[in-house]
Design a protein around this ligand. Structure first.
Ligand code: SF4
Ligand code: SF4
Length: 102
């Protein structure tokens, strides 16, 4: 049987952190704000080509013809500490966070 992961704070209160679960690519404008605030290297900016496939983005390369738009992706979900900074700064409300089952 699984239970929701929570911690007891020094005050004695219980806190249930929520971790990054989903990122809505349709809404994402690839602004990179979430990437800048994430302290754990969870996120990665990629290109999305006309076939809906991810392609690598080279920030130093101006040749962006290989992709239609840039989107953020959850590249290393297991590294998330549930700070929710990404969701707070996102101007398009792309993020869904969820408690972890243990
Ligand atoms: S919740 Fe925090 S650690 Fe997790 S992806 Fe967002 S900014 Fe990174
Ligand atoms: S802050 Fe929001 S809109 Fe900007 S790249 Fe991140 S997920 Fe996309």
């Amino acid at each position: 049987m699984s239970t929701t992961f929570s911690v007891t704070l020094p005050s004695g209160a219980t806190w249930t952190p929520t971790f990054v679960a989903q990122l809505d690519e349709e809404k994402c404008i690839g602004c990179g704000r979430c990437f800048k605030v994430c302290p754990r290297g969870v996120l990665e900016l990629v290109g999305l080509n006309e076939d809906g496939e991810y392609v690598r983005v080279d920030e130093d390369d101006d040749d962006d013809e290989e992709y239609e738009k840039k989107v953020m992706t959850i590249a290393h979900q297991a590294l998330c500490i549930g700070c929710t900074a990404c969701a707070k700064i996102c101007p398009k409300k792309c993020y869904t966070h969820a408690a972890a089952e243990v």
